[in-house]
Design a protein around this ligand. Structure first.
Ligand code: GLU
Length: 460
């Protein structure tokens, strides 16, 4: 059986790193099984879903390296959901309800006051045809609930009905259907909540595995019942732990916090983000993976922690730094060109500065120092001023090459007796304006004779 997986975001905002965890669990599993991966936009909520978010979500996934085999939109498949809803209605499994949100709230409060769980009592199921007609004549529109199979002969006497499934990640999981309210599948305005369309699509597309966050465990019991009611095979479900901020708050698509867009704009590498999204909250070390294939080799459902995991930006910085320090020129050529750094010095420049960049955009600062005009700091004292004069006099003749620094510093050392920090720091300050930075030797040919001389002679 070919594995068919899907990632099903609602296009109500940008993806965050927690959504990416779900996307990658599905993508890496699909790739490993030589299966297929469907991107499905759950956009039946007409008020909150936006086409532009769907497009941006696809862009975010492409940045990570996820290229769906197929993309579908629920808003274009309403006829399928209507057909399924009709089937359920005909079987008496989807019934109209007329309570307003306020009335439902009062019902829940009455139950709570009696120490009972806030489970819907199926009062609407008792309505006669005439009562329904009267309510509709009042202007009420029905919402529709699915009758959960949690009773014997009498729907008003629910009995414990355990749905047991072998969760791909959590292992055996049990949900008692009697502990749940009949879920609303269709709103008053006729639009579908995600529950039924998801089942219809999963069935229609032959989805074999559904991997999603553990906030959906209860939905799984409900949806398993709907699959059965529609006569469809129930896919294998897996629920992974969720990511929270360091402060323990949930991530939200609408808040934009830790969105892939922000991370990309801040200059993080996709593999740093992907490695962390998958490996956090999983036993084993969190290391930057070279590519998605290698990351897929680390995907181990048995190693996923049962509790929520904190996403720590410092960890992302560490992974990113490790990746950037080893990035070949080819991986950054376009980005450097956009900063105005290209051939013939591009590669030498990158290899000289990458060890000092936590993120690629930081190369721009080094490019300004190497190729631009810098404000050379005034010498701290007479000795430093004299040192610069001596250094300028001893600048070796001819082109500045990779050997120049060694030759030059030997000459300065021989004349002034300066060594170690006393030799290198004043040069660094004069050449770069800073007290720290990349090795000077490889930078000198890039800065070039003219700028080196001008910086040593800069007005004090
Ligand atoms: N649209 C749902 C969500 O974003 C999909 C859940 C699922 O994967 O079934 O939570």
């Amino acid at each position: 059986m070919t594995a068919i997986l899907r990632f099903a975001p609602s296009p109500t905002g940008r993806l965050h790193i927690g959504n990416l965890r779900t996307a990658l669990f599905n993508w890496l599993f699909a790739v490993r099984e030589a299966g297929s991966f469907i991107l499905r936009f759950d956009d039946t909520d007409r008020d909150r879903s936006k086409r532009e978010f769907a497009d941006l979500i696809a862009t975010d996934l492409a940045w990570i390296g996820i290229s769906p085999h197929k993309t579908i939109r629920q808003s274009e498949r309403i006829a399928l959901y209507d057909a399924a809803a009709e089937k359920l209605k005909a079987a008496g499994l989807l019934y109209p309800c007329y309570e307003t949100p306020d009335e439902l709230d009062r019902k829940r409060k009455r139950l709570a006051a009696r120490g009972l769980p806030p489970v819907y009592g199926r009062e609407a199921l008792k309505l006669s045809k005439d009562e329904r007609t009267a309510l509709e004549a009042e202007g009420r529109k029905p919402h529709w609930r699915f009758l959960l199979p949690n009773f014997g002969a009498d729907p008003f006497a629910p009995q414990r009905t355990d749905i047991v499934f072998d969760d791909l990640i959590r292992g055996e999981t049990t949900i008692d259907l009697a502990s749940l309210s009949d879920p609303v599948l269709i709103r008053e305005d006729g639009s579908y909540l995600y529950t039924l369309p998801s089942v219809v699509d999963d069935a229609e597309m032959g989805v074999t595995h559904v991997i999603r966050g553990d906030d959906h465990v209860t939905n799984t019991a409900v949806q398993a019942a709907i699959f059965k009611a529609l006569g469809a095979a129930v896919p294998r479900f897996g629920h992974h732990n969720l990511l929270t901020t360091v402060g323990g708050e949930g991530l939200s698509k609408r808040s934009g916090a830790l969105s892939l867009e922000t991370l990309r704009e801040e200059g993080y590498e996709p593999m740093a983000v992907a490695s962390l999204a998958v490996l956090v909250g999983m036993s084993g070390s969190i290391e930057p993976m070279a590519d998605l294939e290698t990351l897929g080799g680390r995907l181990d459902f048995a190693a996923v922690s049962p509790s929520a995991s904190k996403f720590d930006p410092a960890e992302l910085d560490r992974l990113n730094r490790e990746i950037v320090h080893g990035l070949p020129y080819a991986a950054v050529e376009g980005r450097l060109a956009a900063m105005g750094v290209g051939e013939p010095e591009g590669e030498t420049f990158w290899l000289a500065v990458r060890g000092n960049c936590d993120r690629v955009p930081e190369a721009k600062g080094w490019a300004e120092i190497v190729f631009g005009d810098i404000a050379v700091p005034a010498p701290e004292d007479e000795a430093e001023a004299a040192f610069r004069t001596t250094a300028l006099r001893l600048l070796p003749e001819g082109d500045v090459g990779l050997q120049t620094f060694k030759e030059w510093t030997s000459a300065i050392k021989a004349e002034t007796g300066a060594k170690g920090k006393a030799l290198f720091l004043p040069l660094r300050r004069a050449f770069t304006g800073l007290d720290h930075g990349p090795e000077l030797g490889p930078l000198l040919p890039l800065i070039g004779r003219e700028r080196l001389a001008a910086r040593l002679a800069a007005p004090r």
